[in-house]
Design a protein around this ligand. Structure first.
Ligand SMILES: C[S@@+](CC[C@H](N)C(=O)[O-])C[C@H]1O[C@@H](n2cnc3c(N)ncnc32)[C@H](O)[C@@H]1O
Length: 251
């Protein structure tokens, strides 16, 4: 199976590929003083729905970095040509490469559920603070442990405990880098259930609709193991937080 096939199908019905309710995300975004013409960077932007919403509501100019071609094509279809020509630049590249060669500064940088694109959460905050103007904002969506994860859950995820911090530590990491925490909010159980059931329903539906696809058995097996892990451990162990930081620029 192509490496991105499962994830693209699992997210086919998600507008935001994270356990975030749009209203909650919006209420945190509302803490940022966006200005018309302000420059906003979204790293691992997915379907670019966050940037499109900000363009619509605040008339900002957005740059999206996203590696998955099919997400970009969906974003281009939704945005329409005028927005693509004037207000939304989409860079279809590895975020690490793009950030390394970046000499532009942004008013706001966003990275929701995509810190792996730059390495990890701490590295992402560091790199984002380098491309955000002093006085600008960083908004990061990141997982956290609600409690110590069971070894069996880590094995099921193929993850290590050290890959995530606690909610408090996620804020502390930013403070230790000299960023000022301005807001934080976490996904609740309803948001997680919506995200996970949409994810697993998309795979189950795809398998029913495409019985001749040679990957169907592997996909069913994978989603059923995933769902079981979510129900058994994920709901009480894995959290997702939104962290808003102000960049003092070292002052
Ligand atoms: C969990 S999704 C989140 C998408 C989006 N931020 C959202 O909230 O809807 C993670 C995204 O990061 C993208 N991504 C992963 N690695 C990347 C990389 N090295 N460079 C750019 N994008 C990457 C994936 O293709 C995916 O769209």
């Amino acid at each position: 199976m192509a490496s991105n096939k499962f994830s693209v199908i699992a997210h086919r019905d998600h507008e935001i590929c994270n356990p975030l309710n749009k209203g909650k995300l919006q209420s945190v975004l509302d803490r940022i003083p966006f200005e018309s013409g302000g420059k906003v960077l979204d790293i691992g932007a997915g379907k670019c729905s966050v940037l499109m919403d900000l363009i619509d509501r605040h008339d900002v100019v957005g740059t999206a970095i996203e590696i998955e071609r099919s997400f970009i094509e969906e974003a281009q279809r939704k945005a329409g040509q005028w927005i693509i020509d004037n207000q939304l630049e989409i860079v279809n590249e590895d975020a690490k490469k793009v950030i390394d060669g970046m000499d532009e500064l942004y008013d706001v940088s966003i990275c929701l559920g995509a810190t792996h694109a730059l390495g990890n959460y701490k590295v992402t905050l560091e790199r984002m603070s380098e491309v955000v103007k002093p006085g600008g904002y960083l908004l990061v969506g990141e997982g956290y442990w609600k409690r110590k994860p069971d070894a069996a859950y880590l094995e099921a995820l193929g993850a290590e405990e050290g890959e995530l911090f606690s909610h408090q530590e996620n804020i502390q990491v930013g403070e230790d880098l000299g960023l000022v925490p301005m807001w934080a909010s976490v996904a609740n159980e309803d948001e997680w259930d919506d995200y996970e059931w949409l994810y697993s329903r998309s795979i189950e539906m795809y398998c029913l609709e495409n019985p001749d696809d040679p990957d169907v058995n592997a996909m069913r097996d994978r989603i059923r193991k995933w769902r079981s892990s979510y129900l058994r451990w994920g709901r009480n162990t894995l959290g997702f937080g939104l962290y808003l930081f102000y960049n003092t620029g070292g002052k």
